[in-house]
Structure formats: C-alpha cells, structure tokens
Write a protein of this length. Structure first.
Length: 301
C-alpha cells in the first residue's frame, strides 16, 4: 500500500473519529448499531481508537433476527469480551411473539424488514438518542442522501428533504422530545477504503468474509445458503461451493459470492476487479426500485 493511500485512509480515520467524538459530546445516550458486518466492525474499531485508553463509551446494539449466521454471533461475542463492551440485543423473534410484527411466509420470506420495529422499540426502551451506524454513501442511492447526523422524528422516520446542513463540519444534534439521530461516521468511505483500512489496521474479521466450503443453492441468479430458515422450491438443488460473503446480514437475504479469496489481500484484489456492486448481493434490495429508501423512511438502519 503506497503512502498516498495510507494518507487517504488516515484522513478518513480522522474525520470518522471527529464525528464519533461529536456524537459523544452532543448526545446523552448514544449506541453503536452492530450487525457483525465489516462496516459496523470498522465503526467499533474507530470508536475504540477515538476514546482509548478509556473503555468504549457506547454500548453495542445488535438486532437479532433469529436467522443470523452462527459465525456472526460467535464473532460478536468474542469482540464484546475483548473490548469489555456492553452488548444489548433486540430480538425480532420477541417482536413476532408479542404481535408487534407479522412473520412473512413463502419462498421469499425474510425477517430483514421486520428488524425496523424491533430496532425502534429497543431505541425507545433504552432511551437512546443517537444510533451510530456503518452506512456509507457509496452503497446505495438512498444512502447517498444521508448526512453524518441524520435526524429522525418521534416515530423514528427519516425525511430526506428535512435534514440539517453540515457546512464546515459543524453538526447540529438538537432535537425535540422523542426524536433521535442516526450517526454515520464512515459516510465518506468506499467499500475499497473499508477493506484497505482493515488490512492497514489488521482488524480480525469473521470467517464468513473469506472463502469457505458451504452448501448453497441458486435462486434468481444468486447463491444463497442452504439453511432451514430459507424454504427451497422443488427445482432448487443444493450443491457445495467455495463461497464467501461480501456483505453480511440476515441469512435469508445475504447472497454468497463464488470466490477464491482466502486473505485480505485477495479480497482487495477481488473487489478491485469486480463489476458488481456490494449491495448487488443483497436479495432484499431487489424487492423494488426504492426498497432501501422505503425501509429507511420507516426507520431502518
């Protein structure tokens, strides 16, 4: 990695640390939204650096769909123990059991959309006034509209036309009772920046991101994990393939990529050569042209 790239990554790091410190200064009860994916891992790493040698001042909030990869849960628990962080888990299954949401049925059923209600309920229950996430502007069209400090109304909803200006890196966290903010410290990062920073910092990553043998099946041009939570059509045959996750989420909507990337260097080379976007492997984004924006307006990450 050349000096120019290292300087670029250090500038991004400094900007993100500044945003995290602003969040700590302006809000009373911030929390980090932790999915176990690379972006939330990087945000947690940045927060650790921002306040070291003090302990992480934010708890981690994981919305558990009940359909998570076991590797994700194992990594989460090991990270929490290593950092001595507080972990709060919001359960989608509990939301279903309480009648707060209705589980989808059919071959394309997913709990990914159901996370929104669980997230908003958990934010209200713990009186969090800022939820710090790992969204990046290069991921998807709706996320390109985000500010670093993204205002949410008393119903947890996002209005892209009613966001505060952020001239000269001045962030306005003022809010009325019941409102909260989503804070996105790595907004200006790209997928490549994230992986090169992980390589530079040698951040341990979940094994899912590296090539491994897994039973999968093909649906609509995507490889999905052959897990009990995804009902298969009679024509969908299970095969064993060398795959990896490019993005990690609910099993039902996480597409797997055929890959031979066994190291961080391999992943960086693979992404540089890819012509498919990162979100192209997320089945939930294919439900409609505005799938992500609709979920964000309702209170999604």
């Amino acid at each position: 990695m050349n000096n120019h790239k290292i300087t670029h990554l250090k500038e991004l790091e400094a900007e993100s640390i500044y945003v995290l410190r602003e969040a700590a200064a302006q809000f009373e009860r911030p929390v980090i939204l932790f999915s176990g994916g690379k972006d939330s891992i990087v945000v947690t790493h940045l927060a650790h650096k921002a306040f070291y040698p003090a302990r992480l001042p934010f708890p981690l909030l994981h919305i558990d769909t009940g359909h998570n990869f076991q590797e994700t849960l194992d990594y989460r628990d090991a990270l929490v123990e290593r950092l001595g962080a507080q972990l709060i888990v919001g359960s989608v299954q509990e939301s279903i059991d309480k009648g707060r949401v209705k589980e989808e049925t059919g071959y394309y059923a997913s709990r990914n959309k159901l996370q929104t209600v669980t997230l908003l309920d958990t934010i209200e229950q713990h009186h969090f006034d800022a939820a710090i996430g790992g969204a990046r502007r290069d991921e998807e069209k709706a996320r390109a509209k985000e500010r670093f400090f993204s205002h949410r109304d008393e119903f947890g909803q996002w209005n892209p036309k009613n966001q505060r200006p952020e001239l000269w890196s001045i962030y306005n966290g003022k809010k009325a009772m019941g409102e909260h903010f989503r804070v996105f410290p790595i907004s200006n990062w790209t997928e490549m920046d994230v992986w090169q920073y992980i390589y530079l910092e040698q951040i341990p990553m979940p094994s899912l991101y590296f090539t491994h043998q897994r039973e999968v099946f093909e649906r609509d041009g995507q490889w999905l994990a052959a897990e009990p939570c995804i009902p298969r059509k009679p024509t969908e045959q299970v095969v064993s393939k060398q795959v990896r996750c490019r993005t990690i989420g609910d099993i039902t909507c996480t597409g797997l990529t055929l890959s031979t990337a066994h190291s961080l260097e391999d992943i960086i080379e693979e992404i540089a050569a890819s012509r498919v976007t990162e979100r192209g492997s997320r089945a939930d984004d294919k439900r409609s042209e505005t799938a992500m924006e609709d979920r964000k307006k309702a209170g999604y990450f």
